[in-house]
Design a protein around this ligand. Structure first.
Ligand code: FAD
Length: 566
């Protein structure tokens, strides 16, 4: 009985994208593999994510005639990572990321397509591209999972069209930016969903998974193909060492203590520490609250980090996270990340003085960095910050859980959302009073912003001044697709917390994904990938998919290294 087996070549801790990619590759290399997952669901944050992966020089872009090169990507990565990552790791990423995705697509059920229009996040840096490095998962038919479908962690409702219909990031983008033909496309998706009569009888959700859930479902099916066991409700507690070599793990499986032997290697892929308030208090800038994180509550509490530190592993970037502003919605288990809406024309973000402090359309990591900097610099109460918009914006665009009022007017919004998810007033002054923001400051800011909308130039923060900002702009709005005046009441405000989509500090690893000590020597038999490792992306977020891309790539690298080691 495979369930009772307690010795394996490789034990993978966690079941996110990096974990499962590693397990698939290790199994292909002829190694016996076990995946242990603490939750009763598999997939982790990876499963509720966009599932995008940032892969410079990928074969999909090349097949479409895209121009990228290793040297260009290296130049960009050097600049984007803030100079704190050893070049050998950057090179390992650039060498292996394209190989990893080619490998998985040719050997497993994983399928991606290129998001040609998704620009790298730092358009001003040398070597950046206006698109082509981000890959977006294809939809995946989850009916092939059989009974394992029940334990698949489902994506957040905001990831699906109307909370239940699967769509790719490319399709979602087309609708959000109201590109030509978006209405017809949405209608088509809805029709296909309704007409899937067999599945409609079984489930209120789409048969097909999208985004991160599609990625995780495809990896789960790939593990089934290889008969790799995945134990749910099995929590890693500690390492078992044999001298200075990792030789196994101590776990608690459905309440029972067990020791599992890992003959060739342990791969930590158990996420960051964003769900541990104690570790947040210890390492992250203040104020910090686990409840602001858009990640699944209770999952990622830094178990690998603590076990690694106990055996003398080096760490890095512990004061950093993959920041993203979030909005809390009552009755939802976790807050929602606000990735795109900040760039839509006519929404501005202000601090307690009613002043802007950042380009609203900036990448989400930089946006929250700016919240902390503004808070620190001027004590301006930018945590929380407030996003403010008018009735025109409300009519046309979504903001967090508020769908455009042309689809969902205020009268149809949940009553309890008023004054908890959104605030509303006929005047800016009235709105400012409700949310405790300086009224005069807000009114001046809006006047100034309305001027910028007319000229198309944001003289303070250059919003809409590059391809990344404009990706989520409205192509129909001129002269600047990210700027529109706020002129029509009622006015609305929503609270933005200094949230995250995972922490990015963790165990330091080398180019083989091996955990290293302070002196740089590897801990034999111990690997770390994903957010339990110190991010190869350093202090930056070079492009969409820059967290899962590395998690999967170094998962692949770790498996290959274990297989090659004698
Ligand atoms: P996870 O995917 O969280 O996996 C860790 C797993 O380990 C979890 O299942 C957890 O339960 C388990 N675990 C934890 N502790 C233990 C233990 N002690 N024993 C056993 N198991 C344990 N990033 C991108 O690159 N592209 C995107 O498109 C993207 N979109 C996102 C959208 C949203 C809404 C969010 C919230 C995040 C997004 N991210 C995206 C970020 C990305 O999802 C995470 O950074 C990434 O998934 C982390 O991967 P991981 O493998 O480190 O952790």
């Amino acid at each position: 009985d495979v369930q009772e087996q307690t010795a394996f070549d490789v034990i993978v801790v966690g079941s996110g994208a990096g974990a499962m990619a590693s397990a698939v590759v290790a199994a292909d290399q002829g190694l016996s593999v076990l995946v242990v997952e603490k939750s009763d669901k598999y997939g982790g944050t990876s499963s509720i994510s966009g599932g995008g992966i940032w892969i410079p020089n990928n074969h999909h872009f090349a097949a479409k005639g895209g121009q990228d090169s290793y040297d260009k990507a290296l130049q960009y990565l050097r600049a984007a990572t803030g100079g704190c990552v050893e070049e050998v790791r950057l090179r390992a990423y650039l060498d292996n990321a394209p190989k990893m995705i080619k490998y998985l697509e040719s050997r497993s059920r994983v399928r991606y397509a290129v998001a040609e229009k998704y620009p790298d996040y730092y358009q001003h840096l040398p070597g950046s591209l206006p698109g082509g490095r981000t890959l977006d998962p294809e939809l995946f038919d989850t009916s092939v999972l059989g009974t394992d479908l029940a334990a698949l962690r489902q994506g957040a409702p905001s990831n699906l069209l109307m909370g239940r219909i699967a769509w790719t990031a490319r399709q979602a983008h087309k609708a959000m930016s109201r590109e030509f033909g978006w209405r017809l496309m949405v209608l088509g998706l809805m029709l296909r969903f309704k007409l899937d009569l067999a599945w409609r009888r079984k489930s209120k959700f789409d048969r097909r998974a999208a985004l991160g859930t599609a990625l995780i479902a495809s990896l789960r099916r790939s593990l089934q193909d290889r008969k790799v066991p995945l134990w749910l409700k099995t929590e890693f507690r500690d390492l078992v060492m044999d001298g200075d070599r990792a030789r196994g793990v101590r776990v608690q499986r459905e309440g029972r203590e067990m020791v599992l032997e890992a003959r060739r290697g342990v791969v930590f892929a158990s996420g960051g520490f964003e769900q541990s308030q104690a570790l947040r208090d210890k390492y992250l800038p203040k104020p910090t609250v686990a409840g602001w994180s858009a990640t699944p509550p209770g999952n990622n509490t830094g178990a690998a980090l603590e076990a690694g530190m106990k055996i003398g592993a080096a760490t890095g970037l512990l004061d950093r996270a993959w920041w993203a502003p979030t909005i809390r919605v009552p009755k939802e288990e976790k807050p929602r990340g606000v990735f795109a809406e900040r760039a839509f024309p006519g929404a501005i973000v202000v601090n307690g003085l009613g002043r802007r402090f950042v380009n609203e359309a900036a990448p989400y990591l930089e946006f929250v960095d700016a919240m902390y900097q503004d808070q620190e610099r001027s004590g301006a109460k930018s945590i929380p910050a407030w996003v403010v918009f008018d009735a025109n914006f409300r009519f046309n665009y979504a903001m967090g859980p508020l769908m455009p009022s042309q689809i969902m007017p205020d009268s149809r919004l949940r009553k309890e959302w008023l004054n908890s998810v959104y605030w509303k007033s006929d005047t800016l002054g009235g709105l400012a009073a409700q949310i405790g923001v300086d009224a005069k400051g807000l009114e001046e800011t809006v006047l100034r912003m309305n001027d910028y909308a007319r000229t198309g130039v944001d003289a303070e923060f250059a919003r809409g001044g590059n391809a990344f900002d404009r990706y989520y702009g409205d192509t129909n709005v001129k002269p600047n697709p990210c700027l529109a005046p706020l002129t029509k009441g009622p006015y609305y405000a929503m609270r933005l917390d200094a949230g995250d989509i995972g922490t990015k500090g963790g165990l330091l690893t080398n180019e083989h994904a091996q955990v290293v000590r302070d002196d740089g020597t590897p801990v034999a038999g111990l690997y770390a990938v994903g957010n339990c490792s110190s991010a190869v992306m350093g202090t930056g977020y070079p492009g969409a998919g820059a967290t899962i891309g590395p998690a999967m790539t170094f998962g692949y690298v770790a498996a290959m290294h274990i297989a090659a080691a004698k």
